[in-house]
Design a protein around this ligand. Structure first.
Ligand code: ATP
Ligand code: MG
Ligand code: MG
Length: 570
């Protein structure tokens, strides 16, 4: 971002909207153009927040267009998932139409394959004007005659470059009629075989494919190539600002050439590029994600360890958290890798003010309070104890002779400066309850600590003692807590060497600790949680109910979204 806080994309759009600008008094129209060949991931979320976010900011709209011009790789399964994921990510944008139950995109979802007829017409227009030709060279010859390479060779004109428009038109029609085998002919733009930008050396526009297309069936035998198709799709829809990632910077000249040379083009969109989001340790390649899922290294596309949009969602990140992360990274015209810490920090900041505080013990250790023989209820505990009390969100906690604390709050041989339970006589304050003092440690035959016996100080239930300040720890009442599975979600991959050593691949770097299951004891109120609830388990981290809580039969399960900020808590 510039010093004034506006990104270069915002400045670009604002210049276009200003008086005298290209789109003055016009509505901004952007698009998000996923190829329906995989599930969306964290990088797509960035593109969604940019494309929908900018349109929304400038009072315009954004199209959701499936870029399904490649018949081989697309599957209907992905279309539905992508729609859902886009809707979910866009929740963070708080668009009025979505609040009224509408969809974030403009009108219906769009399919590039619906423009095959129009694009074919644009190709015919270029052929008729002598700006495109059918090449009969083999693929190898086409490749070789492009020139370039390490020696920066000049290009060599195809011997078919000077076919007449009539002959080109006839051959192109025959290509579409299925009269020529796949790979035998190619429609190319007639630009310049010595152009310094290799993309301009008579790039391919159409190839022959006999594959079945998921929407247009067997109707088409020729399919347009991305560089030709994309600008056409934008022009057909009246896109004003076509935003893509930096790999396409070198293709922009071609994007412009096609639009400027097609006499029948319906509108003139413009392209600009930004740096793609790369997150440290994240695997976002479709091929790799597919292997992780298909080979069973994860539980599915929505595995909370994955940085797919569905994985992130299941883990418990809110759309607002995802957007916060995208905003923090910002838009840049240079590639970089986003540190994992930053991602977690943004997700944590988002959850901070919306997560209800609860008590949960991940690794339970029984504590018997030897001099306590009643049962009592501690009333008026609120979801956000740091804020001014809100009686509407008050709950109660019961307390009895037997409680659980976290095993890590006791240390047999406490190191110097350890202020929790350790030596006999050491004290802690139970959150919302009494100060307790260690009297005795009960072990089994193997020497494992099975139970602590403590006494309590009755004068300390609601107050810190005046003469000392014991460390506050969390606990649950053994009598009415609930068993829950708590999953500590950690990065799916260990740091990978670059380059990858011989004989290894990314799968050898799966982190076995990426999914740590704890048999936890949690306070009763967590038993009635809702899917949209977010919790801070006090002193532990931020958690969200997993889908398993609402499955049949239900199983109380929480995913750790992010740990608490590193603290020097001892
Ligand atoms: P493929 O893996 O098939 O090459 P892709 O990663 O380009 O596909 P698309 O489905 O074509 O995925 O992407 C849809 C949009 O999302 C494109 O505009 C693309 O630029 C954008 N996008 C994809 N990955 C990222 C990323 N890591 N950061 C930002 N934008 C991205
Ligand atoms: Mg793509
Ligand atoms: Mg990709």
């Amino acid at each position: 971002d510039g010093p004034d806080g506006r990104s270069f994309l915002e400045k670009w759009i604002e210049t276009d909207l200003a008086p005298g600008g290209r789109c003055h008094k016009q509505k901004v129209l952007t698009r998000f153009p996923p190829e329906p060949n995989g599930y969306l991931h964290i990088g797509h979320a960035k593109s969604i927040t940019i494309n929908f976010g900018l349109a929304h900011k400038y009072g315009g709209e954004c199209n959701l267009r499936f870029d399904d011009t490649n018949p081989e790789t697309e599957e209907v399964e992905y279309v539905e998932s992508i729609k859902e994921d886009v809707e979910w990510v866009c929740q963070a944008l708080e668009m009025e139409k979505c609040k009224k139950g509408g969809k974030p995109w403009k009108g219906e979802v769009l399919f590039a394959s619906d423009y095959f007829e129009k694009m074919y017409g644009f190709a015919v227009d270029l052929i008729k004007h002598g700006k495109a030709y059918v090449d009969s060279q083999t693929a190898e010859e086409v490749q070789k005659n492009r020139g370039g390479g390490p020696n920066n060779l000049p290009g060599v004109d195809s011997p078919f470059r000077n076919r007449s428009p009539e002959e080109n038109l006839r051959l192109f029609e025959e290509m579409q009629a299925g009269k020529h085998p796949e790979g035998s002919l190619l429609l190319r733009a007639k630009i310049d075989m010595n152009h310094p930008n290799m993309n301009m050396r008579d790039p391919p526009m159409y190839r022959i494919r006999f594959s079945h297309h998921h929407r247009s069936g067997d109707r088409w035998k020729v399919y347009p190539i991305y560089d030709f198709a994309h600008g056409n799709e934008d022009a057909i829809e009246g896109i004003t600002h076509s935003i893509c990632t930096l790999e396409f910077e070198n293709h922009r000249a071609l994007y412009d050439w096609f639009l400027d040379n097609t006499s029948t083009i319906p509108s003139r969109p413009y392209q600009k590029e930004f740096a793609r989001l790369e997150v440290q340790g994240a695997v976002t390649s479709k091929r790799k994600l597919l292997r992780l899922v298909k080979e069973g290294h994860v539980t599915g596309w929505d595995d909370p360890r994955l940085l797919t949009v569905r994985g992130i969602r299941r883990r418990g990140v809110r759309p607002q958290g995802l957007k916060r992360m995208c905003d923090a990274v910002g838009v840049s015209d240079r590639n970089s890798t986003t540190p994992w810490d930053l991602v977690e920090e943004c997700w944590r900041e988002d959850l901070e003010s919306v997560s209800k505080r609860r008590l949960a013990v991940l690794d339970p250790l029984e504590v018997e309070i030897v001099d306590y023989n009643k049962e009592e209820v501690i009333e008026g505990i609120t979801d956000f104890p740091d804020q001014s009390p809100d009686p509407s969100c008050a709950r109660s906690l019961s307390f009895s002779k037997t409680i659980f604390i976290d095993r890590s709050d006791y240390q047999e041989n406490p190191p110097e400066g350890y202020f929790r339970l350790g030596n006999i006589g050491s004290e802690v304050k139970l959150r919302y309850s009494y100060v307790i003092k260690l009297k005795e440690v009960v072990k089994d035959k193997q020497g494992k600590v099975m139970k602590l016996k403590c006494s309590h100080d009755p004068s300390t239930r609601d107050v810190m003692p005046a003469d000392r300040k014991p460390k506050v720890i969390h606990w649950v009442n053994a009598k009415d807590c609930m068993d829950a599975e708590v999953r500590l979600i950690n990065p799916l991959f260990l740091p990978m060497p670059d380059p990858m050593p011989e004989g290894k691949d990314f799968l050898s770097f799966i982190n076995p600790e990426a999914w740590v299951v704890c048999r936890a004891k949690v306070e009763k109120a967590l038993g009635s949680c809702q899917l949209q609830d977010r919790f801070q388990f006090e002193r532990v981290g931020y958690f969200a109910p997993d889908y398993d809580c609402f499955a049949k039969p239900p199983k109380l399960t929480f995913n750790r979204v992010v740990p608490l900020k590193e603290s020097s808590d001892k």
